[in-house]
Design a protein around this ligand. Structure first.
Ligand code: ZN
Length: 310
């Protein structure tokens, strides 16, 4: 890896020294540009997508698991579906489906609460699904999209599912995505309650005082220095984050088998070949007539019932 670019996309953990406050910080540059290179998202959707991608990295960093984490927004606003996935080793992909006309009708400017509400709609939901490799377990937490930002919804998710007071700041533009999250951990029996309350209040104010601009452009050391001026902070080494789609010939094969021979042969008749394009990376998978027949030669697929490319 080129050392000059190695640190551009990374997630880092930090703690307030000797206090039960921890956090994670993420910044995305090349990975963010690569992730959406195949698709031209209008600015408000791009911003929401970038925030969701940063949020998926922060969630993956916070929750201990081996496997993949999916953050999904679903609503009746201009964006009908948004999916951001991050693996435990920080390989990312994401996609958003949106209504062009509804997005075009949004007020200019972008990051306001009004824009957020119109993007996600009145009864949007926010789901976090973790598919863990070990024992093939899966769990899901769902909360309504609350407040006037994705960060507020994420805070609501944490207070409901993890029961840890959490503050989140997210930002994204055409070049970068970033986020920072701080959490108040359960304190030891001997900790002075009022002192702890004071420290947490300072941490919250520290986060609130940071601007999107700072989040996207300030070096992390400087950012934490501004946000937590009164405290000794310990910043741990960064872990690289990258864009990588998990689609493959094998997954698409499973998808087509799950659709069944009748449907797939219909498409073959109409179009001469079956082409499945990955929604995340736009890689096309083409099946000619012989390939389609080979799909269904061995009888029903016993290898699983994967019905989606993702
Ligand atoms: Zn793909």
């Amino acid at each position: 890896m080129n050392p000059q670019t190695a640190s551009r996309d990374e997630v880092r953990r930090f703690i307030v020294e000797n206090r039960p406050v921890r956090g994670h910080w993420v910044r995305l540059e090349g990975a963010w540009r690569e992730l959406r290179a195949h698709r031209d998202y209008p600015q408000p959707v791009r911003e929401l997508l970038g925030q969701a991608v940063a949020a998926s990295v922060l969630l993956a960093a916070t929750l201990k698991f081996r496997g993949r984490l999916t953050l999904q927004l679903q609503g009746n606003g201009a964006v009908s579906l948004l999916v951001a996935q991050c693996t435990d080793d920080y390989r990312l992909r994401a996609v958003a489906r949106f209504d062009e006309a509804a997005v075009a009708a949004l007020p200019a400017g972008g990051a306001s609460g009004e824009t957020f509400r119109r993007l996600v709609g009145a009864d949007g939901r926010f789901a976090v699904t973790v598919e863990a490799d070990e024992r093939n377990t899966r769990y899901q937490g769902i909360v309504p999209l609350s407040g006037d930002s994705l960060a507020a919804s994420l805070e609501a998710y944490f207070s409901r599912s993890e029961q840890l007071p959490t503050r989140v700041l997210l930002a994204a533009d055409g070049e970068r995505g970033g986020g920072v999250l701080v959490q108040k951990l359960p304190q030891d029996a001997g900790t002075d309650e009022s002192q702890m309350t004071e420290i947490w209040k300072q941490a919250e104010h520290g986060i609130e005082a940071l601007s999107a601009e700072e989040l996207l452009h300030c070096p992390v050391e400087e950012l934490l220095g501004r946000g937590f001026a009164a405290h000794d902070m310990r910043l741990f080494r960064g872990t690289p984050v990258q864009f990588e789609c998990r689609c493959s010939q094998g997954r698409v094969t499973s998808l087509l088998r799950a659709l069944g021979p009748d449907e797939v042969r219909d498409v073959l008749r109409e179009q001469g070949a079956v082409t499945v394009t990955c929604e995340f990376c736009h890689r096309p998978y083409r099946f000619e007539e012989g390939d389609v027949e080979a799909l269904f030669e061995d009888g029903p697929d016993m290898g699983g019932n994967s019905t989606a490319v993702h």
